[in-house]
Design a protein around this ligand. Structure first.
Ligand code: BGC
Length: 368
């Protein structure tokens, strides 16, 4: 019999035990070019993401913690899967089929990112797909959890491809009409987590419009053009260039873009983030109608992350693909309702390149 040499692409190690006695695992996926993705079953969380720069040097571009315990109490959603509903639902309340549902309020009078114990604070069941470089996390959210109707069976599958893509595919089914919007809340810093801020990162977003919000960050219901505003990233612009103009207190971006979705329903390019120093580039593809750009405005140095680095304001930025915030209360926004018999299915891809590679790809396309 010939010995088979299979290159192990997924390694699993214990990450800790929750106060309820639930063991948590850490899965590390490695691709051909040495890129690494570490995922914790607590919150279906990206804890570490090693990405090459233009010289092939790896850096961890995802903010996070070294061990489980700070994740248990942290309220800033580092790297986690957010659910059942990403971003805010005004007054923690919505009406569906004539019935009003009251949600757990954890953001003043609003419900944020699923409530007091969202999907980020749950231990997910894990299935490792050996050889396929995928890890699938699943959970059941019982009827009434955090106020949401319906037993919801949700899963999120992370795949690391040899073309340096992190693919995230979500699925959910319900037994009563409910609302769902799942996203990933990784704070990226393409220089490397804990190495300064993201203000010199250059962002380009494929959106002509956005959904303005009030001072409590609840959408007004209007959909406005980005033209002439700090939200105009149709041409690449440094994140820090128009921070004051973007508004907010502390100032910065915390806005939902209306993406140009592709007619095919397949993921299409939503944004390109470039860090000129390292030459790292991240492209975001999604099939979702919205993307929240959050520039880490509420980071204040109190959270101490990996390698004892304190995360100061703008230490990382999130590009959260999603249904629109407060969609359950906004009749003009795309629906976020999921009914029995339907499957909520969505994919977002974070693809990493480096500047010379990006240029080559452009030339290639031009010659195609
Ligand atoms: C929201 C912010 C919120 C942050 C919490 C982001 O997705 O847009 O308003 O403060 O999550 O970490």
């Amino acid at each position: 019999m010939t010995a088979m040499t299979t290159k192990t692409k997924i390694k699993t190690a214990p990450f800790g035990i929750t106060p309820d006695g639930e063991p948590v695992e850490l899965h590390t996926l490695t691709n051909n070019s040495g890129m690494q993705l570490s995922l914790s079953s607590y919150g279906a969380t990206i804890t570490r993401l090693l990405v090459p720069d233009r010289d092939g040097k790896l850096a961890d571009v995802a903010l996070g913690f070294d061990s489980l315990s700070p994740y248990l109490t942290s309220k800033i959603y580092l790297g986690c899967t957010v659910g059942r509903f990403a971003n805010r639902i005004a007054q923690g309340r919505f009406t569906l089929n004539g019935k009003t549902f009251r949600l757990a309020r954890n953001d003043g009078t609003n419900s944020l990112h699923g409530g007091l114990k969202g999907f980020d604070k749950r231990v997910w069941k894990t299935r490792v797909m050996p050889g396929q470089t995928s890890v699938r996390f699943s959970l059941r959210s019982p009827d009434g959890e955090e106020g949401y109707p319906g037993n919801l069976d949700a899963s999120v599958t992370f795949t690391l491809t040899d073309s340096n893509e992190v693919r995230i595919s979500y699925q959910a089914k319900t037994d009563r009409p409910t609302v769902v919007s799942l996203t990933n809340h990784t704070y990226f810093n393409l220089t490397g987590a804990g190495r300064g801020d993201i203000l010199n990162h250059v962002l380009c977003v494929r959106a002509d419009r956005y959904t303005p919000a009030d001072e409590r960050l609840i959408p007004t219901g209007k959909i406005l053009p980005v033209a002439g505003s700090a939200l105009d990233f149709r041409k690449p612009a440094p994140v820090g260039a128009r921070l004051r103009q973007a508004g907010g207190d502390p100032a910065g971006y915390d806005h939902n873009f209306v993406l140009k979705t592709s007619a095919s329903g397949k993921p299409s390019l939503a944004a390109t983030l470039t860090e000129p120093g390292s030459g790292r580039v991240m492209k975001v593809f999604t099939d979702q109608p919205g993307m929240q750009f959050y520039s880490g405005n509420f980071l204040d140095g109190k959270t101490v992350g990996k390698g004892a680095k304190a995360y100061q304001r703008h230490a990382g930025l999130c590009l959260e693909t999603q249904r629109f915030p407060d969609a359950p209360n906004q009749s003009r926004f795309p629906s976020a309702v999921l009914r029995p018999g339907e499957t909520y299915r969505t994919t977002t891809i974070f693809k990493f390149l480096s500047l010379p590679q990006a240029r080559n790809n452009k030339n290639k396309r031009r010659n195609d």
